[in-house]
Design a protein around this ligand. Structure first.
Ligand code: F6P
Length: 531
C-alpha cells in the first residue's frame, strides 16, 4: 500500500496542480465543510485515485475501530495504560462516557460548573484579593498547561472582558519577573497549572510567586488556585481544595485546554464564551465520529499530511494563519503534533520509517516578509496550511481585512502557479538584454506546483476556535493511528529532564568532572562569565 502510494507520488512529480484543478468536479471532492469551517485541499497534487488509495490506508490500519476505542474510553495510550478522553471534557450535552465501567460525565460536568462558579466570582468581584477585586491573573504552567489557554486567550481577545491574564511558563526568571512587575499582589490571583504538580519549571515559578505574594498579603494561599491531577500535592503546596480543579489521568497535557487547564481562558472570556468553545469542539467530535471518510475533515487533513510527509517526503509543514490572533496557534500545534507523533517506534516497539513532520509557522502577512522567500523558491517543498476568516472583529477596518484576505489567497495561488522562465524573461525584458537578461530572469523564476490547504471560517469566534483545535487534535489522532504510533505518551522528553536534574549541582559548583569535554567546557566558560 505504501509502495503504491510512493509510486503515485513519483508519477505525480511532473503533473501540475493547476491541471488537476481544471478537472470537472475537483472542488466537490477536494473540499469539505463542518458548520462554518471549510477545508479546501484542492491545491494539492492528490488526484482522485490517490485519494482513494489514501482512504484505503485508513481502512487497512483500522482507524475507524481505533477511533471508536478512543471515544469509548479504551486504554489506547498503551504505554501508560490510560484512556484518552479529552473529548469527554467537551461532551457537554452528550451521553454517558465510561472508563472502566464508570460514567465520567457527572464528574466532568460538576468540575465545569465549579470552574464557572469560580470564574464568575473572580470576574464579578465576589472573589476578592486582600486589596479588593482581582485585576490580574497569573497562570503558571508549561507545555500543555500553558500553550492552550495562552493561545486561546490571544485568539479570543475580542471576547476578553475579565481581568488581565499573564502567562508564565519559562524557568528563565525573566518570565516570572516581568509578570510580577506588572501586577499588584493584593489584587492578583495566581493559578498554578500542572497536571503532575511536579514539573520543575512550574513549581519553581510557583514558589517564587508565593514568596512575592507573601511579602504583601497576609493569607498567601487564599489568592492561589491549582489545576492538577495530583490533589495531594496541591494540598501540600497550601492551596485549599475549594480552589483546586482536578482532572483525571485520561486527559493528556497537550489535550487539556478543554477542562480545568482552560480556567484562565474562562476567567478572561467568561463561562458562556468558554462553553461556546467547548460546543465547537463537540461539533467537530460528532463530525469526526460519524462522517464518511470522503467528507471527514480531520481524516482528510491527516491524509493530506501523510501524503506530504510520509509519501512525498516533505519534512516540514507550515501553519500560516492570516488571522493575527492565531499568532500562538503554530506554537500550540508544535506541541500537539510533534509531542504526539514525533515517535521513533510503533506501539509494538518496531521502528517507524518516518515520524510526524516538523510543524512551524507565523501569521500572515508577517511571514511573507520573512521566510516566504524559501517557501516560494527554496529547494525544499514546504506544504502550507492557510487559515483565514471572512470577517475580523474590526468592522470599521474591514478594508484592511480585505487586503489580508487578498494576500492569503495570493500566496496559495502563487505557490501553485509559480512563474516560468519565459514569464520571468518578459518581466525583465525592458530592463536587461543578452546574458544579463538571462541571469536576471533566472532569479525571478518560481517553480510553483507547491501544495497548500486553506481553512476558511466566518469569524474567529469561541465556537470556531473550538472546531479548529478539535480538528487538529483528531488529525493528529488519525496520523498516529495510520502510522501505528502511540500519540499520547511523550517519553522523548524524559532524558533531557533527567540530565537537567543531574546538571543542577554541576552548574552550581562548577565541578564538571565526569562530564563530556564539551559540556565541561561550557560550564567552565559560563562560570568564567559569572554563572
Ligand atoms: O514536557 C512534557 C510535559 O509532560 C508535557 O507533556 C506537559 O504538557 C508538560 O510537560 C507540563 O506538564 P505538567 O502539566 O504536569 O506540569
Amino acid at each position: 500500500m505504501w509502495d503504491a502510494l510512493k509510486a503515485r507520488a513519483e508519477a505525480a512529480r511532473d503533473r501540475r496542480i493547476e491541471d488537476l484543478l481544471a478537472e470537472p468536479g475537483r472542488m466537490e471532492t477536494f473540499a469539505t465543510t463542518v458548520g462554518g469551517l471549510r477545508l479546501d485541499f484542492a491545491k494539492t497534487n492528490i488526484d482522485a485515485e490517490t485519494l482513494q488509495d489514501l482512504i484505503g490506508l485508513l481502512e487497512a490500519t483500522g482507524v475507524a475501530e481505533k477511533r471508536e476505542a478512543m471515544f469509548t474510553g479504551q486504554p489506547i495510550n498503551e504505554t501508560e495504560g490510560r484512556a484518552v478522553l479529552h473529548t469527554a471534557l467537551r461532551n457537554i450535552d452528550g451521553g454517558p462516557v465510561t472508563v472502566d465501567g464508570t460514567d465520567v460525565m457527572p464528574g466532568v460536568l460538576k468540575t465545569l460548573d465549579r470552574m464557572a462558579e469560580f470564574a464568575g466570582a473572580v470576574r464579578d468581584g465576589s472573589f476578592k484579593g486582600q486589596g479588593g477585586k482581582i485585576t490580574d491573573v497569573i497562570n503558571i504552567g508549561i507545555g500543555g498547561s500553558d500553550l492552550g489557554p495562552k493561545m486561546g486567550a490571544i485568539a479570543l481577545a475580542p471576547y476578553h472582558d475579565g481581568p488581565r491574564c499573564h502567562f508564565v511558563s519559562n524557568v528563565d526568571p525573566a518570565d516570572i519577573a516581568d509578570a510580577l512587575r506588572a501586577c499588584d499582589p493584593a489584587t492578583t490571583l495566581v493559578i498554578v497549572a500542572s497536571k503532575t504538580f511536579t514539573t520543575i519549571e512550574t513549581m519553581t515559578n510557583a514558589r517564587t510567586a508565593k514568596a512575592w505574594m507573601g511579602e504583601a498579603v497576609n493569607d498567601t494561599g487564599a489568592q492561589f488556585a491549582a489545576l492538577s491531577s495530583a490533589l495531594d500535592k496541591t494540598a501540600d503546596f497550601g492551596i485549599a481544595p475549594s480552589r483546586v480543579f482536578g482532572f483525571e489521568d485520561w486527559v493528556g497535557g497537550r489535550y487539556s485546554m478543554w477542562g480545568p487547564i482552560g480556567l484562565p481562558l474562562m476567567i478572561a472570556v467568561g463561562p458562556e464564551a468558554f462553553r461556546a468553545f467547548l460546543r465547537g469542539g463537540q461539533a467537530m467530535d460528532r463530525h469526526f465520529r460519524a462522517a464518511e471518510w470522503r467528507e471527514n475533515m480531520p481524516a482528510l487533513m491527516a491524509l493530506v499530511g501523510i501524503w506530504h510527509n510520509q509519501v512525498c517526503g516533505y519534512p516540514t509543514r507550515a501553519v500560516l494563519p492570516y488571522d493575527n490572533r492565531l499568532a500562538r496557534l503554530p506554537a500550540y500545534l508544535q506541541q500537539l503534533e510533534m509531542e504526539s507523533n514525533g515517535k521513533g517506534v510503533t506501539m509494538e516497539g518496531a521502528p517507524v520509517e518516518t515520524s510526524g513532520p516538523v510543524v512551524w509557522g507565523e501569521p500572515g502577512t508577517n511571514g511573507q516578509h520573512a521566510f516566504y522567500q524559501l517557501i516560494h523558491q527554496g529547494t525544499q517543498v514546504v506544504p502550507c496550511e492557510f487559515l483565514v476568516a471572512a470577517r475580523g472583529h474590526e468592522d470599521d477596518l474591514h478594508h484592511q481585512h480585505l487586503l489580508l484576505v487578498a494576500n492569503c489567497l495570493a500566496q496559495s495561488e502563487a505557490l501553485m502557479r509559480g512563474r516560468t522562465l519565459d514569464e520571468a524573461r518578459e518581466k525583465v525584458a525592458g530592463k536587461f538584454e543578452g546574458a544579463e537578461l538571462e541571469r536576471q530572469a533566472a532569479h525571478r523564476v518560481f517553480p510553483g506546483n507547491r501544495p497548500s490547504v486553506t481553512l476558511t471560517y466566518p469569524q474567529l469566534t469561541p465556537e470556531i476556535l473550538g472546531m479548529i483545535v478539535a480538528l487538529y487534535e483528531h488529525r493528529v489522532f488519525v496520523e498516529g493511528a495510520v502510522l501505528g504510533i502511540n500519540s499520547y505518551d511523550q517519553w522523548g522528553v524524559e532524558l533531557g529532564k533527567e540530565l537537567a536534574t543531574a546538571l543542577g549541582p554541576v552548574v552550581e559548583s562548577g565541578d564538571a568532572q565526569g562530564k563530556d569535554a564539551s559540556t565541561a567546557a561550557l560550564v567552565a566558560v559560563l562560570k568564567a562569565h559569572g554563572l
